[in-house]
Design a protein around this ligand. Sequence first.
Ligand code: HPA
Ligand SMILES: [Zn+2]
Length: 329
Amino acid sequence: MPLPKAELHLHIEGTLEPELAFELAARNGVELPYADTGELRKAYEFEDLQTFLNLYYELMTVLRTERDFEDLANAYLARAAAQGVRHAEIFFDPQAHLARGVGMGTVVEGLWRALQHSEPVHGISTRLILCFLRDESAESALETLEAAKPYLDRITGVGLDSAEVGHPPVKFREVYEAAAALGLRRVAHAGEEGPPEYITEALDVLGVERVDHGLRCMEDEQLVARLVRDRIPLTLCPLSNVRLRTVDTLAEHPLPAMLDAGLMCTVNSDDPAYFGGYVGDNFDAVRSSLGLTEERLRELARNSFLASFLEDDEERRARYLSEVEAYEF
Ligand code: HPA
Ligand SMILES: [Zn+2]
């Protein structure tokens, strides 16, 4: 049995495996510029975040109907369950779909068709986090939040993703204020490729409760001290960092140094179909490449539940935490 864990940094569109992409392309009459899954897999060599995003946005054009989003989410939940995920807080990128004429309702209702049965079917409780694309305008983010208003009972929070450098958090001050006023939780990608200042800004200007990635905080001692003091969770994605060349090799990943510094780290998969593994694979990889002890792995699992948005269900959180403490490696 795998270590029980929560996944807090997972883009549902990034779980689109080549086989499902081709299946949905055929179902929807979408032409992909790859002959087969083998040829597609050869495109999974990324130089940085942008070269990955180019493929990510290209492939997601096969997602068109509620059923497509339902199938996508079910495929993720089945794989996640097999790797010990008990709770998942799932990002989705509505602007990438709205731009192609796929409505907010299609995306949210489609995902919901899978999520509403996730507990009985997969044993995973879930939350949805709507992400704004930071390389789109602030106005577009505000319009997206407006379009999400009929679905807010299904959405727990907002996030910020896509190309980071040149798109600082401050650009999204207004939409985060509006999201907070609607009672939504707030997270943002910061310090993946962008500088440590973006992490500080995400905290100070956007009021985020968790930082997605946050890797580059290690360049700023005072920022590390603040993150430790305030117990701000970081959702790290080690295999993603290697594939997007944020770190050279897994053996050089700063995760052990970050844990030693007292940072509240979690381990997640980001876009598992593209980066070579789901969250359990990320745990296995850091265990073997970084020599993390069993107690460190338990700490990461514990952190994942402590950092999750389960405030409306503390009983459940307590149950998950006791599973972590009782786990025998
Ligand atoms: O790893 C990521 N970083 C930023 N934006 C993203 N959108 C999907 N995956 C990512
Ligand atoms: Zn991400």
